[in-house]
Design a protein around this ligand. Structure first.
Ligand SMILES: *Cc1c(COP(=O)(O)O)cnc(C)c1O
Length: 368
């Protein structure tokens, strides 16, 4: 194997227990959109189903269908808005949908679709959904037309930030949404995402939370102390050389090797999801030691400078930790969110699932 993501299902299970504690007994919807943030939606859904998760959130119709095709029978909610012409298939596959405007309610009625819907309220995200007043009317409209409203929800835009303006903004969103508590016979009322669960579980309402990134041990501001990291991106040393003279390293000649330096070429690149912004800036870990990336990250390989202390120990084939616990600090170097690093892992990175501390199964380009 040249590049793989280890996904620790023991830690995932541990995190789920912790999230349940943190969210004060609310039901837990596991958000597994974008291929479960790169962890593999089908594998993650199967594992989570075994430990009592009964409702999943995905982004699109196709993501829902993928889970159904692989035998996941739990409730599945499509979180992003949906186009009218997709609704029939959602009905066929028993996928719950997010409804964001009045015309869509009329479409459902006109086409006599029997769908389970969640109404989305825009309390400040500014993306999709009804205003609070429109939302209250929409509930009535659905009821008059015999459409089943399973849930009402909203989404927080700055719940993972800790400055006072963000906290005020989130409180305001929570307060706007509170009126929906008074609507009777709604199975699920939900607003808390990872940041919300961490910061607002005690002070807010609703009976369901939507946990995404924190299942993997992280949220917007980095690692969460109570949780364990689920994901580690690994690769191996493909080639080693000791420079006989000063030498430029990689495309663009921004990497400057010096006579006597030991340079290792690692078998992973930006087409696997290692961001090019880490060129000359990022690090990897080999034999427990930090090694600086030298020169540009290439599509399939990158070069690192080997510190003297491990020069005698390192061999071709040595394991390299490319990204893991340090995902937040790397996101700061790159100037991106940790979400982008998770979801940027490409298909050719083999997923290795660890369970009971052992490799449990793998999923690669050439099969399971
Ligand atoms: C992605 C998403 C979530 C999960 O967000 P995290 O920050 O990963 O917990 C929750 N709700 C909605 C509507 C989402 O789109």
């Amino acid at each position: 194997m040249r590049a793989w993501a280890e996904i620790n299902l023991d830690n995932l299970e541990y995190n789920i227990k912790k999230i349940r504690e943190l969210s004060n007994g609310r039901e837990l919807m596991a958000i597994i959109k974008a291929d479960a943030y790169g962890m593999g939606a089908v594998s993650i859904a199967r594992e989570l189903s075994k430990i009592g998760i009964n409702i999943f959130g995905v982004s699109s119709l196709d993501e829902g269908i993928e889970l159904r095709n692989k035998g996941i029978e739990s409730d599945i909610l499509i979180l992003a808005g949906i186009f009218d012409e997709e609704l029939k298939e959602a009905e066929n596959r028993d996928l719950q949908v997010t409804i964001t405007d009045k015309a869509q309610i009329e479409y459902i009625k006109k086409n006599n679709l029997s769908l389970k819907i969640h109404l989305k309220i825009d309390t400040g995200m500014g993306r999709v959904g009804f205003t609070v007043e429109e939302g209250l009317e929409a509930v009535e409209k659905c009821r008059r037309n015999g459409i089943e409203v399973v849930g009402i929800y909203s989404h927080l835009s700055v719940s993972d930030e800790s400055d006072s303006h963000s906290i005020e903004y989130t409180k305001n969103q929570l307060q706007k949404f509170e009126i929906f508590e008074k609507v009777e016979d709604i199975k699920y009322l939900h607003i808390l995402n990872s940041g919300g669960i961490i910061k607002f579980s005690d002070t807010s309402y609703g009976n369901l939370v939507r946990a995404g990134v924190m299942m993997y041990g992280f949220y917007g501001e980095g690692k969460i102390e109570e949780l364990k990291p689920v994901f580690t991106l690994k690769s191996r040393v493909l080639f080693l050389k000791k420079l006989g003279e000063d030498m430029d390293i990689s495309y663009g000649r921004i990497g400057k090797g010096k006579k006597g330096d030991m340079i290792a070429t690692v078998s992973i690149g930006y087409a696997d999801g290692v961001r090019r912004e880490l060129s000359n800036k990022g690090t990897v870990e080999i034999l427990g030691v930090e090694c600086k990336i030298i020169g540009r990250v290439c599509m399939d390989m990158l070069m690192v400078k080997i510190p003297r202390e491990i020069e005698d120990k390192i061999k071709v084939g040595e394991e390299v930790i490319v990204l893991g616990k340090d995902i937040y600090s790397k996101s700061l170097i790159i100037g991106c969110s940790i979400y982008e690093l998770f979801t940027g892992l490409s298909r050719r990175v083999t997923r290795v699932y660890i369970k009971n501390k052992k490799s449990y199964f793998i999923n690669s380009l050439i099969g399971d």
